[in-house]
Design a protein around this ligand. Sequence first.
Ligand SMILES: [Zn+2]
Length: 330
Amino acid sequence: MMIETTELSGVYKISVPTPFPVGAVNCYVIEGEPLTLIDVGPKTEEAVVTLRNRLDLLGFDFSDIEQILITHGHIDHAGLTASILENSGAAKPVIRIHSRDAERILDNDGYINRRMKAYLDIVKSSGVPNEFYSYYNHERLVRYFSPLGASVKSVTNISHGDTIETGIGFLEVHHTPGHSMGSVCYLHHESNTMFSGDTLLKDISSNPSLSFDENELSLSFYLRSLESLQPWDHYTVLPGHRHSIDKASQRIEELQRDYHQKRDVVLGLIDTSPHTVYQVSRMLFGEYPVESMVLALAETRDYIRILEKDRTDIIINEVNGVYTVSRTYV
Ligand SMILES: [Zn+2]
């Protein structure tokens, strides 16, 4: 595989492999001063080799990178940051990440530990049958995920509205919480292009309910984030996975339509007899594999919580730590 050019001159895409079902992550090299990398990939040998070889084809090595812009702190996008720093010689690149995701790369092991505990919590509070618990064994998951990232000592926090200098001109930081609470899009107004991270992906879901451990309705944040991108919805999108999107509006409208449809389906599934979140998730998504269970539960729970907030006839109850939902016909 060779280096791929992008819609934007001076910007190259490097597909870095990940061990996850989503496949490769897109990292973008922005030529010029300061030499910039958007996202870096997970901490695997394959990812390091791929990134190093592709940079080499462009005439660069790790020590040339002056700036790393992280779209969000997920391990498939940011896990390799510490390794790049280790290999970058005396002049370390600046690492820019939104403050809400900074913890993920400042304390990799602590974060993974808390996150995996949250996975097990949602499995239990959703009323999942015991037979599935072994997959969500805390130690097993920590052992798998922790080595895919590593902590860095310091980062530079970015906020909504910041402008960042790159070789192709300024990028504006647009905070789009939802997929993670610190997700950002980088807007290049000169060329009508946005680097969207996982906030907008072409044919796959952005999993907007993943931030469930923060006790926040991340799906609601995500919907507001989509709305907030509307002034730039004619922009070309260079996303965090797979192919670019000609016009952001196409995808934004599709995602909004999907949301309304699914919310109505969930409403139709709720009746006067209480159902657990797990039961509703099975009715909504069918026989999904155990690896997708947390995602299915988190998304189902978000729909239920949104419905409960918006309507007076939806009741959430908690018995022995397990949540059920029912509907009173008023
Ligand atoms: Zn992600």
